[in-house]
Design a binder for this molecule. Structure first.
Ligand SMILES: Cc1cc2nc3c(=O)[nH]c(=O)nc-3n(C[C@H](O)[C@H](O)[C@H](O)COP(=O)(O)OP(=O)(O)OC[C@H]3O[C@@H](n4cnc5c(N)ncnc54)[C@H](O)[C@@H]3O)c2cc1C
Length: 507
């Protein structure tokens, strides 16, 4: 007999939204706690959500850009700047981590490159019940629900790397990854992007290539496919409860029996009050940085969880290395087109790591002098990525989050730096990159394994020594995907939900 089931999901990014929606749609009672606000976008307005928070634009940009800034050395490990802020930054030793805060998580800020892992045989060798064949249908399911599109010539996307570097003597478009897809609503007629209404009554506008506003500061008109639109909107109609501005501080296991319930403590950021709810099952998906923070704090400070000897080990950055390519070519406007332009490499360098990028949409709304805005339009963000060896550690030191990561252990960083240098030298266009790499793809620390000896969660996503507690986000990934990871996280979460539905009956 299955006991009464009620589920709390923490975080609404790729890990949280997918499992929350799947389980609610299978008739389980699910409450989703998300620290960030609903964003004020065309789709969210059409969903009838009354309290929304503007994306950072214009003079609100300085106050809405950052939610929190943290670091190993910081008292209390972070300073909270604005509960409406879009990004959180954490300055760790060896790497800087960036993540975001919204109902819909990282889908608001990401570049919407929707691909499977580039690392070959990614899911093989971690657990006998998990393999590439087991995971493949979950990628198919999430790519379909995201409505991800393969970009074709018919889409007439301007300013792609393929077009820009086709005839360059020194650079060339990189070969696209297998099955390259994009999470944008591309226009049927690029000269006349229109508003559409989906099967759930959610309204969105097709991407407007000329006035593109769909980048890392969110997508006000819904041209970018976000999780609130495609996962949460239908699930709300099937009974999902979403509590925005609910910041979880701790998870406490109420007893030692295998079916012990959990208490989830959180701050209601609308009222400032501390609240708590209990649940038979908890799915943690607060993003790698905050999932590890919550687990470590709950175990080491509150004493609410026990065990997990591998917690915080094998933290990785997916080899991310960001820079700004000051291309400054007369007539070039990289804000036209999509915020992701496709890969580029030195001509003939077939061994070059994956390097891609895109312009800075919505530059015209930055509160900066016009000359600087025009200069930014003529440049691109540029990023290299690839498999790292996940040598980082995440722990608490005197109650403060402490992350240490050694880039010298992963050859990918030198390969990216060398390639940046080659590209800058060949074109005479400088690439400005910080000494310490920034990652937007933190992974691991609560990894899939076969037992507590080599992992934190098993094949169903459940924490080995805290039954009923699951990790559905990038913290559970056993290895760096080597390319953009969102579809891998979503597929893992979809797998976790499928396993849960197979094992339990709704109340
Ligand atoms: C600028 C940028 C560009 C990117 N481009 C791409 C791309 O093109 N393709 C790709 O695949 N990936 C891309 N990514 C990465 C992708 O966004 C992340 O890998 C993905 O969002 C991680 O999913 P997640 O579920 O692990 O965490 P997230 O999506 O970060 O979701 C975690 C959620 O949990 C919430 N949360 C955190 N703490 C708490 C708490 N205490 N209580 C309650 N809620 C909490 C957060 O607010 C957030 O909404 C990009 C990221 C950035 C920043």
């Amino acid at each position: 007999m299955s006991k009464g089931i009620d589920i709390v999901v923490i975080g609404s990014g790729f890990g949280g939204s997918v499992s929350a929606a799947r389980l609610a749609e299978a008739s389980f009672p699910v409450t989703l706690l998300e620290r960030g606000p609903w964003r004020d976008t065309v789709p969210v307005r059409s969903m009838g959500i009354p309290q929304r928070s503007a994306l950072p634009r214009g003079w609100q940009l300085p106050t809405r850009l950052l939610r929190a800034v943290g670091g190993n050395w910081m008292p209390g490990s972070r300073v909270k700047l604005s509960k409406h802020g879009l990004f959180e930054l954490f300055f760790a030793k060896g790497v800087t981590i960036a993540c975001s805060s919204n109902v819909g998580g990282g889908s608001h800020v990401y570049s919407a490159v929707n691909v499977r892992p580039l690392a070959e045989k990614y899911w093989e060798g971690h657990h006998e019940a998990i393999s590439d064949a087991v995971m493949s249908p979950h990628y198919d399911a999430v790519l379909e629900r995201m409505g991800s599109t393969t970009p074709m010539a018919d889409h007439r996307i301007p300013n792609t790397s393929a077009a820009r570097f086709k005839d360059s003597p020194v650079l060339e478009p990189a070969a696209p990854p297998p099955d390259p897809r994009l999470g944008y609503l591309l226009p049927e007629d690029p000269d006349n992007p229109v508003k559409i209404t989906d099967d759930n009554g959610v309204e969105r506008y097709e991407v407007d290539y000329k006035g593109n506003d769909d980048g890392f500061l969110g997508s006000p008109k819904g041209g970018k496919t976000t999780l609130d639109t495609v996962y949460l909107a239908p699930a709300l109609k099937r009974g999902l409860t979403v509590r925005d501005m609910a910041e979880v501080t701790a998870i406490v296991r109420l007893g030692n029996e295998p079916d012990a319930r959990y208490r989830i403590e959180f701050i209601n950021q609308h009222s400032g009050e501390r609240e708590a709810i209990t649940a038979s099952h908890v799915i943690l998906a607060a993003g790698t940085l905050n999932t590890l923070r919550i687990l470590l704090h709950s175990r080491d400070v509150i004493g609410g969880l026990t065990g997990m000897p591998q917690l915080g080990k094998h933290f990785g950055s997916n080899g991310d290395y960001f820079g700004f390519w000051d291309y400054n070519q007369a007539g070039l406007d990289q804000t036209v087109g999509l915020p992701t332009t496709g890969g580029v490499r030195p001509r003939g360098d077939t061994e070059a790591p994956m390097i891609g990028g895109g312009g800075l949409p919505s530059v015209d709304s930055y509160p900066l002098p016009k000359a600087l805005r025009e200069r930014l339009k003529r440049g691109t963000m540029i990023a290299g990525l690839g498999e790292d060896d996940m040598c980082g550690t995440v722990s608490l030191r005197n109650g403060r989050l402490n992350i240490e990561y050694d880039t010298s252990r992963s050859p990918i960083f030198k390969r990216i730096k060398d390639t940046f240098e080659k590209m800058a030298a060949a074109t005479g266009k400088k690439i400005y990159a910080p000494k310490t790499p920034i990652t937007v793809h933190p992974t691991g620390g609560a990894r899939l394994g076969t037992s507590i000896e080599d992992g934190v969660v098993g094949a169903d996503g459940q924490v080995f020594d805290n039954p009923g507690l699951y990790v559905a986000d990038a913290a559970a990934l056993p290895r760096a995907p080597g390319g953009p990871p969102s579809m891998t996280i979503a597929a893992w979460s979809d797998h976790l939900a499928t396993e849960f539905i197979a094992k339990h009956k709704p109340r």
